[in-house]
Design a protein around this ligand. Structure first.
Ligand code: AMP
Length: 518
């Protein structure tokens, strides 16, 4: 199924603005197919899963049908559960952000009648609700559907499974016959078909046909993560594996910006690509990435098309793609030219079921992974550094720096202490100390902060910074006031490196070489 640009779908400027504000770059397959049919006024049966963008597929044209001059209810969206009604209401709210005279209200059981009554009396054109509470309001006369233009049944199969058949019929019977009727359902059982036959006229069925696609033979993993823990999980995963070149995919421009900012703030060498960035800037970022001038590209699917970088170590699906084809395109960017690559996909909540779906369509196995704990990350970083130093010693490829060791030993330090200080510095446990005359400042914590939803693992203890004692003076050899390891790199690199959106570049080429294992 072809994906369309939103600006080619005949939508109002207000909707296009809202879609841009949400960060959507192009319509998903179900949106591309359903929006034109619904705008033309036809009835529709949409067969698609949650996550396909179905909510916007039916909400956008429904919003376009509303006459803002009338305060009557013109669109009704029926949902099986309160949670879904809330989600749909939230999306409708965002999509109507620039249509100020259009109001919507969610109506479901368990919430206060008063508030719902207040909103209904004010006059709302779009009602999103669960069948039971809608019936209550109809019976009390507080909700009138006699001017309804569009009736939408979201997850119709689930509503029938939950025994709402009679309620649905009573609700639809209270609406004008000439209304537009839209059914969205993952499956089309006999019961659903009966309902469709009874309540819609000549509906067009829109099902997203999936071409089976074959995923490349690379290591594929998925990680189940609470939505608010994604950034920290990403950082741990990257730190643990020591990745130095990868693309991180997000579904929206907004998410790309948020994540790129978060990574830069955590000391990563990262930049961003999305459709909201000028072409000249995109070309610049793309070229820098090809030249390995920064390590992680955060991108949307649209912007990353055409990137041809061969030796990516990892592709991370920070957001699960809407389309299995996008999944295959994304992960196909790693493991090229016979190199070993890895694809990591983050999923939250009900998205977990979509992994099986992806496996089916891509004929591949996606294994469940576990995000390493902070202490595992710490252990791995130390190990990587240790092996590097040992290899360097074995190769003999290092310059003679004995003058520093000699000077420190003359001051009374042991060679082992000198080594420990250097290891600590390289591991980022302590930064470069201020000169001893500098005023004292509080040490900064170095462990990875936790997002909500993540507990510190049992037994995880913050390591105190290593402060060698000077035997000569019997006091700390240097004052505290450490900066985290990346701060120095930040300062050195802050001369116009990565970082778009008009902000000064935060890291330069030097960063990659300078940064010790995180
Ligand atoms: P749904 O299938 O309606 O549950 O949508 C799943 C998620 O995709 C929601 O968070 C939407 O906000 C998001 N979404 C919908 N359409 C698009 C689009 N065209 N581009 C990016 N994200 C979208």
């Amino acid at each position: 199924m072809e994906k369309q640009r939103f600006d080619g779908l005949g939508l109002s400027p207000e909707i296009l603005k809202a879609v841009a504000q949400l960060g959507f770059e192009e319509a998903t397959p179900i949106q591309s197919a359903a929006i034109p049919v619904l705008l033309a006024g036809g009835d529709l049966v949409g067969q698609s899963q949650t996550g396909s963008g179905k909510t916007a597929a039916f909400s956008i044209p429904a919003i376009e049908k509303v006459d803002p001059a009338s305060k009557a209810v013109q669109v009704l969206i029926l949902c099986p559960t309160r949670e879904l009604a809330e989600q749909v209401a939230d999306e409708v709210h965002q999509l109507t952000a620039f249509k100020r005279s259009i109001h919507s209200v969610p109506i479901y059981g368990g919430a206060s009648y008063e508030r719902q009554l207040f909103e209904l009396r004010k006059g709302v054109q779009i009602v999103i609700g669960t069948p039971g509470r809608i019936i209550d309001h109809l019976e009390r006369g507080t909700l009138k559907l006699d001017q309804l233009k569009v009736a939408i049944l979201d997850e119709a199969d689930r509503m029938l499974d939950m025994g709402f058949r009679d309620d649905i019929q009573r609700i639809l019977d209270a609406t004008p016959e000439e209304r537009q009727t839209v059914f969205f359902s993952a499956t089309l059982s006999r019961q659903i078909k009966e309902l469709i036959n009874r309540y819609s006229r000549d509906p067009q069925t829109v099902a997203i046909e999936r071409k089976d696609v074959t995923a490349p033979a690379i290591d594929q993993w998925f990680y189940e993560i609470p939505p608010r823990g994604k950034t920290q999980s990403l950082i741990r995963l990257v730190d643990f594996h020591g990745f130095r070149l990868g693309i991180i995919f997000c579904n929206t421009q907004r998410m790309v910006d948020e994540l790129a900012d978060a990574l830069l703030a955590q000391g990563f060498s990262a930049d961003r690509l999305h459709g909201g960035i000028t072409q000249a800037q995109r070309t610049r970022v793309m070229n820098k990435f090809k030249n390995s001038e920064f390590e992680f590209l955060v991108a949307t699917d649209v912007a990353a098309r055409g990137i041809d970088v061969d030796d990516l170590e990892v592709v991370i699906n920070y957001d699960l793609p809407h389309d299995p084809e996008d999944y295959v395109h994304r992960i196909g960017r790693t493991g090229r030219a016979g190199r070993k690559g890895m694809a990591a996909t983050f999923v939250s909540g009900r998205d977990i079921y979509k992994i099986q779906y992806l496996e089916k369509f891509t004929h591949s196995r996606i294994r469940r992974g576990v995000i390493p704990t902070p202490s595992e990350v710490e252990g791995k970083r130390s190990e990587v550094l240790f092996v590097k130093v040992r290899d360097m010693l074995a190769s003999g490829k290092f310059s003679d720096q004995t003058q520093f060791t000699d000077r420190l030993m003359e001051e009374g330090f042991q060679a082992t202490e000198v080594c420990s200080a250097l290891f600590s510095m390289l591991l980022g446990q302590v930064g470069t100390p201020e000169p001893s005359s500098a005023p004292k400042a509080a040490p900064l914590p170095v462990e990875i902060p936790m997002d909500e939803g993540f507990a510190q693992p049992k037994g995880f203890k913050k390591k105190p910074p290593f402060v060698p004692k000077s035997p000569a003076q019997g006091k700390p050899a240097f004052k505290t006031g450490f900066k985290p390891g990346f701060k120095k790199n930040f300062d050195q690199g802050n001369q116009g490196g990565a970082g778009t959106s008009g902000k000064p570049g935060k890291f330069s080429k030097g960063f990659k070489k300078d940064r010790g294992p995180r």
